[in-house]
Design a binder for this molecule. Structure first.
Ligand code: GRF
Length: 214
């Protein structure tokens, strides 16, 4: 493999996962570079983080397009024009339509703050996910990084990491403990892809050993 994997990161909000990726690209822990950051929300703090790191930041407000397809097509054009090879969803709160899947089939990943298939699916995002885990009474929750398919939160799982639920946890405290692991693990998963070690077989994702040890 040649140069660094070029990432197109899609965001809608605060962008702490984006920040973790930018930091790891900058210090070399991640053999990737953020080719473009796209937000559907002009006010997203993630855009500011991108600008501070010198990464191109583009706003594509879905409300300014006649429909989902047109918005998706604009996203694909922007990703392509910046040479993005892998689409990384980092707190992106919109559902995709056909144009993105046609252009980036098998090359879109997402992070979700629970152990899928628990506490996921439509409208399960933010603190709601953690509140649902607490209300259900699970003792362990965590995070999942997965390929994105048209069905929400249903694509093949690349990596999961468990996080215990503590007696005194609130949605906020649990969320911040899970988030700290998200920041580490998302880059780990991207690095595996950058190293060409991730292969999808049906629903299963096979991770091969590092080339040097292989
Ligand atoms: C994270 O919890 C992520 O798992 C979920 O949305 C949140 C985004 O947080 N998909 P941030 O914008 O990266 O800080």
């Amino acid at each position: 493999m040649g140069g660094k994997l070029r990432l197109g990161v899609l965001v809608s909000g605060r962008g702490s996962n984006l920040q973790a990726i930018l930091d790891r690209c900058a210090d070399g822990r991640l053999s990737a570079e953020v080719a473009v950051v796209i937000s559907n929300e002009a006010e997203a703090y993630a855009l500011e983080r991108a600008r501070q790191a010198g990464a191109p930041a583009v706003v594509l407000d879905h409300r300014a397009f006649p429909g989902r397809e047109a918005h998706d097509r604009a996203i694909v054009e922007t990703l392509r024009s910046h040479g993005a090879e892998l689409v990384v969803l980092a707190g992106y709160l919109r559902i995709f339509g056909a144009p993105i899947f046609a252009a980036y089939a098998g090359r879109i990943i997402n992070i979700h703050p629970s152990l899928i298939p628990a506490f996921c699916g439509k409208n399960m995002h933010g603190l709601r996910v953690h509140q649902a885990a607490i209300d259900f009474g699970v003792k362990v929750t965590g995070l999942t990084i997965h390929f994105v398919e048209p069905e929400v939160d249903a694509g093949p799982i690349i990596l999961q990491h468990p996080v215990p639920v503590l007696e005194e946890d609130t949605a906020e405290s649990l969320s911040s403990r899970v988030l700290a692991f998200e920041h580490e693990k998302y880059s780990e998963a991207i690095q595996l892809i950058a190293e060409g070690r991730v292969k999808v077989e049906g629903r299963r994702v096979r991770i091969s050993p590092p080339k040097s040890e292989g």
